[in-house]
Ligand binder design. Sequence first.
Ligand SMILES: [Zn+2]
Ligand SMILES: [Zn+2]
Length: 270
Amino acid sequence: MVGASRRFDFSASHRYWRDEWSQQENERVFGKCTSPYGHGHNYTLDVTIRGTPDPATGMIMNMVDLKALVNEVLDAFDHKHLNEDTPYFKDLIPTTENIVRVLWRLIAPRLPAGVALAHLRLYEMRDLWADYDGSDEASFSRSYVFSAAHRLHSAQLSDAENQQLYGKCNNPNGHGHNYTLEVTVDGAVDPQTGMVIDMVALDGQVRGVIDTLDHKHIDREVPWFAARASTGEHIVLYLWELLAARLEGQLRHLRLWETQNNVFEYSGER
Ligand SMILES: [Zn+2]
Ligand SMILES: [Zn+2]
């Protein structure tokens, strides 16, 4: 089986609100998204299909057909108010997790025989997205930025070996990066909130952990790195250790961008 993906865009407004909750409870859970007038996003949808390439065409399905079929679904969402103009969100909060699951239900049955819908990723913003593969659970990801100084230097190597191994990154006075951390959590989508995790709580926990590094010199100010080189591998392990303890079994994946070119990932030892 081979996979193929195509990206789609649509723009829509929405509002998060539960009539049976007080204003205060709505605001506690949904924050600014409770505004009665609604607000909007440029959504990006990545559709991945899976199948066996046709021997004659070499394709799982013609991308032109996939484009037409998905756009037919998205026409009902594009430049609409999701709560008011579509039938799907009368009792369902139009969170990214819920929208991606509705899109799955609409797109999957439209695919021709022999072609399976393998994965959907829906970005609400560049730093917030949900993934869904048709199962009972969904995953939710957010990315966060922090800035820190560090020096690559191993206490287990000589000064000459450190210089040889790490080069410029061994500069005694250090250097710094804007790190981007992508945090992925998963779980069942809460029927009341439409979320796999309380987003306000997630932000608080991640910010709390990131603050231990943000605007710090990692080697000099963070005890965990006293005996460990502050490589991307070690930083992602450090972040995992702290976040896994706070996210009650929901942490699934971390991706740490040190620069645009260097990325480090960890999913725990499973
Ligand atoms: Zn929104
Ligand atoms: Zn560096």
